[in-house]
Design a protein around this ligand. Sequence first.
Ligand SMILES: Cc1cc2nc3c(=O)[nH]c(=O)nc-3n(C[C@H](O)[C@H](O)[C@H](O)COP(=O)(O)O)c2cc1C
Length: 405
Amino acid sequence: MANVVEVKKDIYWVGAIDWNIRDFHGYSTKRGSTYNAYLVVDEKITLFDVVKRPFVSDLVHHLIKVLGDPQKVDYIVVNHVEMDHSGGLPELIERIRPEKVFCSPMGYRGLIEHFHDKAKDWPLVEVKTGDRLSLGRRTVQFLETRMIHWPDSMVSYLPEDKILISQDAFGQHYATSGRFDDEVDFSKLMQESAKYYANIVLPFSPQVQKLLQTVEEMGLEIEMILPDHGVIWRSRLKDILEAYRRWSSYEARALAVVCYATMWQSTEKMALAIADGLMAEGVEVKVMNAGIDHRSDIMTQLLEAKGLVVGSSTLNNNMLPQMADILTYIKGLRPRQKIAAAFGSYGWSGEAVKHMNKYLEDMKAKLVHQGLRVKFVPTHEQLKECRELGIQIAKAIKEDLANAQ
Ligand SMILES: Cc1cc2nc3c(=O)[nH]c(=O)nc-3n(C[C@H](O)[C@H](O)[C@H](O)COP(=O)(O)O)c2cc1C
């Protein structure tokens, strides 16, 4: 069990570290995760968010450490209804018997839809954007952040401490012994933040842009961001805010992800030749094998990539299932403004490229080629053609980036 950490005077991290989780609803969490809950000790003792159900005892243990008796908690604030932050609520409410449980109007509905009759007996109080709650010496200012990343999502701002409790926004699936951004490896932290954004937040980028603008307009001074997963931002705030600005505006660089699926390595040979062409034109390349690389890692690479090149051989008149997995996943995350092309080896009918093109078109990617197909094993000449395709894609990437400036 982790230690309680005082984040600022009378504000404590009382969450749980999940070192072992490797699959978070289809997202590969190689570095584990944390479920953060924060306790503010004021005239009204308030708990912001709770933990996933199996970790309730960690949270209770922390409450005992700080308060002696968990029943001293007066209020619970539910910033986000998803089970990793609310799963422990029934047990905790039973144990703590809080005076009030605050949530957004959508959170109210969400709690009923998750916990049914049980939640109907809870002392739920709806709060909306702009509502303020006095805890004594401190105030909580609520701000609904619908669809970042669920309809119920909201954040809580503590003006006296200049702290933003941001639920999943600015989070990372990153289990570490350090609780703060300056206590962990910065490059790993940014990798995990990018992965989290690419795989969870990306479809809601327009809402993120709006939130960043609202925060600026409201003149909220922020010295710390306390997310529901990963470490607390206190020293590298500028870095994460700048990254969110960049990611939410779909900024990309001269990088192409070449992702392929293969049975007998013919499509792999094509992928490598295409990558050669891209590299020859000075475009950075990440070659990924859909049968080896996890969909969430492929998506992470795609976050800042301008180019998406997908390859699959044909299997029973379709693309290989591992490529269908990747494309279904990528399409759902709604990447924008990609330069793309499809390729693949086939034996007789060769439908894979047509199917992959359909996905790329649905993503509104700019296709620079009708799709390159090679019958069975590519010849030297055909590999040269693949390389030419790489060069063509690279030129389109560079042109697009130059036009965007
Ligand atoms: C079980 C199986 C089913 C296949 N089905 C098709 C098919 O429906 N249409 C086609 O054009 N080729 C089909 N092929 C041929 C492959 O697409 C061809 O062997 C290709 O060169 C494999 O490329 P790869 O080495 O990149 O996997 C099939 C191959 C296998 C092994």
